[in-house]
Design a protein. Structure first.
Length: 572
């Protein structure tokens, strides 16, 4: 079967790049008011009262809304006991929590009005670390949630007695650590414009890819714009507050993986504990199913563990493609490498040895072998004791990782990544030299666009090596010096990327097919971490794999370089 890929340029691409396109933030309508949102400066505080008298007296102010003006009254609780964010809060639970909104004749007047709103805060001690938040004596983010536990469940694949298996196993490997949050990278400030027509129909235009469908209880700029437009009786444009105080699409999560094998290097047991930072509200809880998929095509024998989500006084963690999978795979694949080292088997052979039988396992093996051959694994792999590895200041190493993602209807997406890195042992700076990715596209909707696949892989590389959502424990938010230094990967960070498609996809017009791009960004991080270990003999327990962490580990080879959460400094 032959495939032809055609690239059709976006009709608005030049306008987007040049800045000449009309952005929603620049929209102007006759008679339109401008809306702004007041955010909490405190990570944790009870609001005893809000006085809007001075703000309403300011010439040009049209309307002011607080929790008292909303249907939810400042509190939301779902049937299952979780706490989505109210439109406006009666208790501030993170720096940036929405307290009130103003509509005025101009944006300048609206911002002046925000400063005139008098909020009586009773500041409480914040809890920023999910591992500490789950303790019995810490502050409660939500008064009706004991231990701040938003969700807690057994590992979905629990079976057998893990303790007995570990006691009898010939080899046991352990690895734990955390993955930092991922920052949003918006091309424009999120904006919504709402207006009510003469027949009472509300129309909302938004720059967001998706909205809350104007759920009257859901926090969103669309909802705030609609409420202000209803209160004003005229169109209102609302711009989202500072994105650094809002949710991040990937949650921070702690993982502890213990895995065992018999004397032949065959897996016989897995224990996986995952604790996710839900942030202040449950926008979307940790994806339990994605964590359950981490063993993928590896037959692990007895499986145990727990998966929990904990409330903290940090920005809410939103949903994202494969939420929980990228974070968990970073730890799981390093645990696999540790175990294969103890068994004296190279990473590729160890994974092939433990694949499930049947067609799905065979497809994963084909991915690994194709990628390994294209990468030159036999020549680049230095062995566990690094025989033949170059010494000196600059050291090269190779690493690999695999990932399986369920795509429904008993189809699975398989990915194998092989990378080569060079580590400067005097600075800790790491360069990604080569990246080969093989993806089995069986059951997916057509072949992926190679450009989009490379973009997806670069997103994963950015999470692995660059991006970090750091919260200062003293102020409970992203500090300004860190905010100005934040960046996403660019062309200078791109390695030599090669990709291989294997398998037979569905025709592009089949709607029940799945997008293979969701696989791309979740697998590079553990492969890079394993390559850094192969080059230097040190392992990093948190993302990103930044130069300061690598340098500290190189100077303290006998100390685990670990991290407890996304808190600044990461407890090195």
């Amino acid at each position: 079967m032959k495939f032809q890929i055609e690239h059709f340029p976006r009709p608005d691409i030049f306008d987007c790049i040049s800045g000449s396109i009309q952005q929603s933030a620049n929209a102007e309508i006759v008679g339109m008011a401008h809306g702004r949102i007041l955010c909490s400066p405190h990570a944790h505080a009870v609001i005893r009262g809000i006085d809007v008298t001075k703000a309403l007296a300011l010439p040009g102010v049209v309307a002011i809304l607080t929790a008292a003006d909303c249907q939810d009254g400042g509190t939301r609780t779902t049937i299952d006991g979780t706490h989505p964010a109210p439109i406006f809060a009666r208790k501030a639970r993170f720096v940036g929590d929405w307290i009130a909104a103003v509509a005025a004749e101009s944006s300048i007047v609206a911002e002046e009005a925000l400063e005139l709103i008098d909020v009586d805060y009773v500041v409480l001690p914040p809890i920023l670390d999910p591992l500490l938040a789950a303790g019995p004596d810490g502050p409660l983010v939500h008064d009706d949630v004991p231990g701040n536990i938003a969700a807690d469940t057994l590992h979905p694949l629990t079976n057998g007695s893990v303790k007995e298996v570990f006691a009898e196993a010939a080899f046991v490997g352990e690895f734990s650590g955390v993955a930092s949050r991922k920052l949003r990278s918006d091309f424009q400030q999120q904006t919504a414009v709402a207006m009510v027509s003469g027949n009472g129909v509300m129309t909302v235009s938004t720059s967001a890819h998706y909205s809350s469908d104007l759920d009257p209880g859901a926090r969103s700029i669309e909802t705030v714009a609609a409420l202000l437009a209803n209160a004003c009786g005229r169109p209102v444009k609302v711009m989202e507050p500072d994105a650094l105080t809002l949710y991040s699409p990937h949650t921070s999560s702690f993982h502890s993986v213990t895995i065992a094998a018999d004397d032949k290097g065959v897996l016989c047991g897995l224990d996986h504990i995952a604790i996710a930072d839900a942030g202040a509200y449950s926008l979307e809880h940790f994806a339990v199913g994605n964590v359950a998929e981490l063993p993928g095509m590896l037959h692990c024998g007895a499986i145990g563990g727990r998966i929990a989500s904990i409330y903290t006084n940090t920005p809410p963690a939103g949903g994202s493609a494969s939420s929980g999978k990228l974070e968990g795979n970073f730890i799981f694949q390093q645990a696999i490498d540790r175990l294969s080292e103890k068994a004296g088997i190279d990473p590729l052979s160890f994974r092939i040895r433990n694949l499930l039988s049947g067609e799905a396992g065979a497809r994963m093996e084909r991915c690994m072998r194709l990628a390994a051959d294209r990468f030159g694994w036999q020549e680049k792999w230095h062995g566990w004791r690094r025989e033949g590895a170059s010494g000196g200041r600059y050291r090269q190493g190779a690493g690999m990782s695999i990932l399986t993602r369920s795509t429904g209807k008993f189809n699975f997406g398989h990915q194998a990544d092989f990378v080569e890195v060079e580590v400067d042992t005097e600075t800790g700076f790491t360069v990604l030299l080569k990246h080969v990715c093989a993806i089995d596209v069986t059951g997916f909707r057509g072949l992926p666009d190679p450009v989009l696949l490379q973009a997806s892989l670069m997103s994963g590389i950015g999470i692995a090596m660059i991006e970090s959502f750091i919260i200062d424990p003293q102020i409970g938010c992203v500090p300004e010096d860190v905010a100005f230094a934040l960046r996403a990967p660019n062309i200078m960070d791109a390695p030599d990327i090669d990709y291989i498609f294997t398998g037979v996809p569905l025709p592009p017009e089949i709607e029940e097919g799945h997008d293979p791009l969701q696989l791309g960004f979740s697998d590079p991080a553990p492969a890079i971490a394993n390559a850094v270990y192969n080059a230097t003999g040190i392992r990093i327990h948190s993302l990103p794999l930044s130069a300061d962490k690598i340098l500290l580990a190189l100077h303290n080879a006998d100390v685990n370089v670990s991290a407890r959460s996304m808190i600044r400094g990461q407890y090195l």
